[in-house]
Design a protein around this ligand. Structure first.
Ligand code: VGL
Ligand code: ZN
Length: 195
């Protein structure tokens, strides 16, 4: 879909585009930085169309349960106030964007930007009905955020050119799961249709 079709009932949700999820970071997604120029164009379009812009971030305490040294699945990443937790320096997040932090509790992991955050209520209060999302990682936080958004009743569009998986195989599976849940995944850059 052409980003210029967005309006004030839409939100652009930028999921976890942080240094640690990009090449050189602690939990790098291959090609993770490639989502940045695509999403910068969507940010421009969202501003022109009056759509709401939200950026989520993984924001863990140093003793987070998802870390390997605590018996979890992942290397240490996105520790609160660390350099690795910063948004990608080239991502042009506007001053008035809403920042949503997740994964704050030491004893619980939350992959979704809606899990234990005020995001759903805030979007509803702003009259948002459609969510366009992209970011990292396609098979982890983007997947769970998109599935939750559907469950919460939003129309959801995954910007397929603006997401990358940690594992290619899991990324494909996540794409199918999202489609089965009613997420539109035909959304892409104008002229570069993937379907
Ligand atoms: C993520 C693994 C661990 C993500 C967060 O943002 O996709 N992945 N924590
Ligand atoms: Zn995490």
């Amino acid at each position: 879909m052409d980003p210029m079709f967005m309006n004030s009932n839409d939100a652009l949700l930028l999921v976890d585009i942080q240094r640690d999820f990009c090449p050189g970071g602690a939990l790098p997604v291959e090609g993770g930085s490639d989502v940045v120029p695509v999403l910068n164009r969507w940010i421009d379009a969202a501003r022109q169309c009056g759509a709401r812009i939200v950026a989520s971030r993984d924001w863990h305490p140093p003793d987070h349960t998802s870390f390997r040294d605590r018996g979890g699945r992942w290397p240490q990443h996105c520790i609160q106030d660390s350099e690795g937790a910063e948004f990608h320096p080239d991502l042009k997040i506007p001053e008035d964007a809403k920042i949503v932090s997740k994964g704050l509790r030491p004893d619980a992991d939350n992959y979704s930007a809606f899990d234990r955050t005020p995001l759903a209520d805030e979007l509803r209060h702003s009259g948002i009905q459609r969510i366009f999302l992209g970011g990292l990682a396609q098979d982890v936080c983007v997947r769970q955020t998109a599935l939750d958004a559907r469950q919460l009743g939003f129309e959801v569009h995954l910007i397929t050119d603006a997401t990358r998986p940690l594992s290619a195989q899991d990324g494909e599976r996540a794409l199918r799961e999202m489609q089965q849940a009613g997420v539109f995944t035909d959304t892409t850059e104008p002229g570069k249709s993937r379907t």
